[in-house]
Design a protein around this ligand. Structure first.
Ligand code: PMT
Length: 416
């Protein structure tokens, strides 16, 4: 067993006080996603003060936010000993974000009402405000809702718009709350990341990272791929950027990423190989978090296969091993990190890949365990070092796992 890192909970910010964010939660079915937003913000080093409307507590418990926020959640205007909790929150806030923002909240905020703690705090602040609407399509498209939203935007409020997707009751349409990662990105972007993880230990470091599952075409409409969502690789790109690195992300995924990150979109293993090898020469750190398909059809057909053509005789060939090639070409001082996604004999296989592929660190995830690896928001990894070191990172948000990996990378970088 190696060193054990528990990366749960608030991250200390060296010396500086953490930015203070009020997380408003209103009465919509998407209120459960505010929990994820709360947790991700805390993981990023933000002090989160949750404020729930009384009706939001019909959808989600105050206790959940008491446990995950940086201070106890508040609901009523009269809960605190102080008779003016809204001015304490409003004046102290560096930013207020409302997740989800119902049609009712938008109307009351646009009208300047202040009849509960959340609306009173919104009216009592000079801080930037972000609203994340979520509601049924008919409500979202209603002229009154759009008018209120327009009013708020004209006053400088930022809107993280809802997406198309499944809504409460099984309907499908626009009005589904934006993904928590997109909301957190908007909040961190507005905060300017100025006090977040103030250790800027990757300043001046050029970091190249790959993410997502490659797609290997069979014909113009079909491909071979895997379950990788790109979340872990994108979390690494975001965390490295937050810590001051110049980041290039080569990815098959279109998920939101820090605006400072340079993104190169790719599709196949061959595309990814070209992009990674072209950029690796100037990188100080290279991380292969992508799940590159190991096999691809030998021939990709130009036109669609039809059932009437019979069952195709699909001949596969191996894809290039990008990480091994990066290992062969690495330059003096470059830190190279691979991932091993395994379902059995995890440490043995990861250690073998560590030496076979010529990397400094091999991050092993047992993708058969619940909450680990492909498409989850969490991960649990063991980082094997070529120096014999072993670091276990307990089940944590992928952002926090990314930071734990970058901590190990920092220790390997030559003094700057
Ligand atoms: O994207 P997510 O949904 O967030 O999931 C994260 C993840 C599970 C994809 C990630 O944590 C992970 O484990 N990525 C590596 C997956 C993988 O391909 O593992 P592997 O053991 O098959 O490959 C070992 C290493 O060789 C990897 O760094 C891989 O990028 C690299 N490789 C593999 C095949 C190949 N042809 N070329 C490569 O460079």
């Amino acid at each position: 067993m190696g060193d054990r890192l528990n990366v749960e909970g608030p991250v200390p910010t060296d010396g500086e006080s953490a930015p203070f964010v009020v997380l408003g939660v209103t009465a919509g079915i998407a209120a459960y996603k505010a929990v994820e937003v709360c947790r991700r913000l805390v993981d990023a080093g933000v002090h989160v003060a949750p404020v729930l409307t009384e009706r939001a507590t019909h959808f989600i418990g105050k206790t959940t936010f008491d446990a995950l926020g940086s201070e106890d959640a508040q609901v009523g205007l009269w809960d605190e000993a102080s008779p003016i909790p809204h001015t304490r929150l409003g004046q102290r806030a560096d930013l207020i974000v409302v997740v989800p923002a119902t049609a009712d909240l938008l109307a009351r905020y646009a009208g300047g009402l202040a009849d509960d703690l959340l609306t009173a705090t919104l009216v009592a602040t000079a801080a930037p405000v972000v609203v994340c609407p979520a509601m049924h399509t008919e409500m979202w498209e209603h002229p009154a809702v759009q008018h209120n939203l327009g009013l708020l935007v004209s006053r400088g409020v930022t809107v993280v718009p809802p997406e198309e997707g499944r809504l409460a009751g099984g309907d499908v349409g626009s009005g589904r709350l934006a993904e928590p990662a997109a909301i957190v990105e908007a909040v961190l972007g507005l905060l300017g990341r100025r006090h977040l993880r103030s250790r800027s230990d990757l300043t001046g470091v050029r970091l190249l990272v790959s993410a997502g599952g490659t797609r290997e075409p069979i014909d113009p409409v079909r491909f071979i791929t895997n379950r990788s969502s790109g979340k872990q690789g994108h979390a690494l790109a975001n965390a490295a950027s937050r810590r001051g690195a110049e980041v290039v992300l080569v990815t098959t995924s279109d998920r939101v990423v820090d605006p400072d990150v340079v993104v190169e979109q790719v599709e196949t293993a061959a595309d990814m190989e070209v992009a990674m090898l072209a950029r690796a020469g100037t990188a100080d750190v290279v991380v292969m978090a992508a799940a590159v398909a190991d096999f691809r059809p030998k021939v990709a057909l130009d036109s669609k296969l039809h059932k009437s053509d019979g069952v195709p005789d699909l001949v596969l060939e191996a894809t290039p091993d990008i990480l091994s090639e990066l290992g062969r070409r690495r330059h003096e001082g470059q830190v190279l990190v691979g991932f091993a996604a395994e379902t059995d004999q995890v440490p043995e296989r990861a250690r073998a890949k560590l030496t076979d592929k010529g990397v400094d660190l091999m991050v092993a995830n047992d993708v058969s365990a619940p909450g680990v690896g492909f498409d989850n928001d969490t991960n649990e990894v063991t980082i094997f070092g070529v120096d014999g070191s072993v670091t276990d990172v307990t089940l944590s948000a992928k952002d926090a796992v990314a930071d734990a990996i970058l901590d190990r990378v920092c220790a390997l970088l030559p003094p700057r």
